[in-house]
Design a binder for this molecule. Structure first.
Ligand code: HEC
Length: 380
């Protein structure tokens, strides 16, 4: 997968936390979100139909709504470096993603632009799965039912806008169905992954997670690779279920716990993108976000950033596939000349080399090479 140069400009990563108080301080976040939500709704009828999406008659309105979506980037400016970097990092990736979509749309690359716009909900979920508020956006949902979305698209839309009960209900229906062809199987497996992100990351509920997997592990109609990771996930959910309730953990304990989970998850992987470790990786991100949110100035912050990078690297979330790199970069910049900074630089550069290596060799753009050199110097 090639890394676009545009992504690099965004960087230097940083920062805000996602606690409820944040948006209370900044009502413009809410205002932006409501506009973004409306634009996403407006776009749906075009997204389900390529003729409508590519019809020149609809151009002005589609371009307007795509532009409106980009507003998110401005709602999350770079801020103090001692806050949790996640939201600013996600919003920066989101900004680059939309820039690409808008330019491809403009050049008539409709199928590509349409598919990419369909998956922007991954970014919405990326932030909203971590906001510590119980408020769901149900009141905004009325129009969704009539949009003609496929069940998994509808569920994703609900999850992205924090209507988790509705989303889970649909995922469970998908998971109770018998896929009749390859596309059905793809939707089934994707539905399973998304459902687990809700039960593990949002709800943090070992029982619900275990029950979901227990049901699926009995199925013999799934492809072998899926049976393999379902069986591992079930074991991990069981281990989680059997852990005794702990009192509220503090920063360092949270990080240590996450580190153990990541070690365990990595040991389950047979290759870097192997999904076998996902339940433990997902759980680890919860503890790490919690640690950084509760104590952004922790002396273990560098380690937490490193571990977050490692977890997101393994999870390979399509929308957030570059998030790991932003965590590694934040870790290098914040901890010059330390061991952790060297480790983070190593992971950062591995990702770059891999990203630019294809069948024809390795070609790294010049600005990317400059950045590698800069980060190496900071780390050493
Ligand atoms: C960079 C992080 C981030 C991304 C990306 C993001 N959001 Fe949000 N969103 C937030 C935060 C923070 C809040 C405020 C939560 C609160 O105060 O409860 C929020 C709240 C909302 C709200 C509720 C607004 C209200 O009236 O309270 C809606 C609707 C919403 N987002 C829609 C979306 C949609 C649709 C997308 C994707 C296109 C999206 N958001 C992407 C961070 C994000």
């Amino acid at each position: 997968m090639l890394i676009r140069t545009g992504l690099l400009i965004a960087l230097a990563v940083f920062t805000m936390n996602l606690e409820l108080s944040y948006s209370a301080d900044r009502p413009e976040v809410r205002g932006t979100m409501q506009r973004v939500f409306n634009s996403l709704m407006n776009l749906q009828p075009f997204l389900v139909n390529n003729d409508r999406f590519s019809d020149p008659k609809n151009r002005a309105i589609i371009e307007k709504d795509l532009k409106e979506l980009s507003a998110i980037k401005h709602a999350f400016p770079k801020k103090m470096k001692d806050e949790e970097p996640g939201a600013a990092a996600i919003s920066s990736l989101f900004g680059d993603y939309l820039k690409d979509v808008r330019s491809r749309y403009k050049h008539g690359d409709y199928e590509y632009a349409r598919n990419r716009t369909k998956t922007v909900t991954g970014f919405c979920f990326g932030c909203h799965s971590r906001i510590t508020t119980s408020q769901n956006f149900v009141d905004l949902s009325k129009r969704v039912e009539n949009l003609g979305l496929q069940p998994d698209e509808k569920a994703q839309f609900y999850a992205a806008t924090r209507q988790f009960d509705r989303a889970l209900k649909i995922y469970k229906e998908i998971l109770a169905s018998q896929p009749s062809d390859e596309m059905g199987m793809i939707r089934f497996i994707r539905g399973l992954r998304h459902a687990l992100r809700v039960t593990v990351q949002v709800r943090r509920d070992p029982k619900e997670t275990y029950e979901l997997l227990e049901g699926i592990s009995k199925r013999k109609d799934l492809p072998e690779f899926a049976q393999r990771f379902v069986s591992q996930w079930k074991k991990d959910a069981k281990a989680w279920l059997d852990e005794k309730e702990e009192e509220k953990l503090t920063g360092e304990t949270l990080i240590t716990k996450a580190e153990k989970l990541i070690e365990r998850a990595a040991s389950l992987q047979a290759f870097p993108a192997d999904e076998n470790g996902d339940i433990s990786f997902l759980r680890a991100t919860n503890y790490l976000h919690e640690a950084l949110d509760s104590d952004p100035k922790s002396p273990h912050r560098g380690k937490a950033l490193y571990l977050l990078g490692a977890a997101y690297y393994a999870l390979q979330e399509p929308a957030l596939w570059d998030l790991d790199r932003l965590y590694f970069e934040a870790c290098v910049r914040e901890n010059p000349k330390t061991d952790i900074s060297k480790k983070c630089y190593q992971r950062y550069s591995d990702k770059i080399y891999l990203g630019y290596t294809g069948s024809a060799g390795t070609f790294i753009p010049e600005d990317e090479v400059k950045k590698l050199m800069e980060l190496r110097k900071i780390s050493e």
